[in-house]
Design a binder for this molecule. Structure first.
Ligand SMILES: [Fe+2]
Length: 357
């Protein structure tokens, strides 16, 4: 299968894997044929694209580390919790039940990450506009967990990191809806209100749900910047805890590679470039190094245009050489499948990936 951007989807295309629209509220089975109205619906809900099956992409099977089903149940649990936070009393057992359910899902996510054999992960996310907040929390959890695993954290350390990641924005529930949902830049007063969300979230995790410091401190510090320009405290360098540094990168990467009502998604390779460009500024340089070795800038399954004019699909990524994947080239009429290995073929040394298609 291959990933096709929403604007390039056409009626008659065949789905490469099941598609759970809006966390399962509508479902397209694997091999469903896209109709014109489905294509329009997918675009209007804000999805960046879909995985399509065709002869050209036959044999390409991206590994997503964590299943769509688990990501959906986790996003649904986060949605339930965040909705209840606004509506039920803070001492209600409903909230503790919600947190316990999320803790269970986080443990399953960590187990799936640990059992994954892929050193490089493919992230092209399929989020809708409406459910962005919940899907984002889960994606940050998965990405932070994968980075933690690449750093050889222990099982219990991974649980703490992934818990902090899934709850990182919980404090936003105490920010007024007008500020939270404002479709554009915040004025000074609104930004001051927004800046309170890391501290409020951390207090909540500590005082109501008795999370330990390894979980609530990263929640408090996830908007701190390595160079001291972040908030709420303007911490610098290694005064920021390790998990907060990982969550900050994961949070930013997922946000900028998502399609939002007020900005288009940038592609994973551009997201990676942004993270790299901010090494030593917003992000800790050592954490950026791990990020670059772990997240595929060109995920398996994306269509690319090469500098020699050929088109192809990313077939495989090599750890440590993120910019030089193995490419399955677009078949020529009557010819067999052919490949170009940007990492190993001597003839590919001067060929680069020009753009995604
Ligand atoms: Fe945040």
């Amino acid at each position: 299968m291959r990933f096709v951007l929403a604007e390039n989807l056409n009626e008659g295309m065949i789905l490469g894997k099941p598609f759970y629209g809006n966390l399962g509220s509508f479902l397209l089975r694997k091999h469903a044929v896209l109709t014109d109205s489905l294509v329009r619906r997918i675009r209007s809900l804000g999805y960046a694209g879909l995985y399509i099956a065709d002869d050209y992409s036959d044999g390409i099977e991206p590994d997503f580390v964590v299943s769509d089903e688990l990501k959906n149940s986790s996003a649904n649990a986060v949605r339930q919790f965040m909705t209840n936070l606004r509506t039920v009393p803070t001492n209600s057992t409903v909230l503790t039940d919600n947190v316990e359910q999320i803790n269970g899902l986080v443990a399953t996510i960590v187990n799936e990450i640990i059992s994954s054999e892929n050193a490089v992960i493919n992230i092209i996310d399929l989020k809708s506009y409406d459910l962005y907040t919940y899907q984002h929390s889960v994606n940050v959890c998965v990405l932070a967990g994968v980075l933690g695993s690449a750093l050889n954290l222990s099982h219990s350390e991974l649980i703490d990191l992934a818990s902090a990641a899934i709850f990182h924005d919980i404090g936003k529930m105490f920010v007024s809806k007008g500020v939270l949902d404002k479709p554009g830049p915040l004025n000074d007063e609104e930004f001051e209100e927004m800046k309170r969300h890391p501290g409020l979230g951390a207090e909540y995790m500590r005082d109501l749900f008795y999370f330990n410091a390894a979980v609530y401190v990263p929640v408090r510090q996830h908007h701190e910047h390595y160079d001291g320009t972040g908030y709420p405290r303007g911490l610098v360098g290694d005064d920021i805890c390790h998990y907060a540094k990982i969550i900050a990168m994961s949070d930013t990467f997922d946000a900028i590679t998502s399609r939002r009502p007020y900005h288009e998604a940038i592609m994973p390779h551009e997201g990676c470039e942004y993270i790299m460009g901010n090494a030593g500024r917003h992000f800790d340089p050592k954490s950026v190094e791990i990020f670059f070795k772990t997240v595929a800038p060109f995920p398996v399954g994306v269509s690319v245009m090469l500098s020699n004019g050929e088109e192809g699909i990313v077939f495989k990524n090599y750890p440590n050489f993120p910019m030089r994947p193995l490419i399955k080239l677009k078949p020529l009429p009557g010819k067999e499948d052919h490949y170009l290995d940007l990492c190993k073929d001597p003839g590919a040394l001067n060929v680069t990936i020009k753009k995604l298609m």
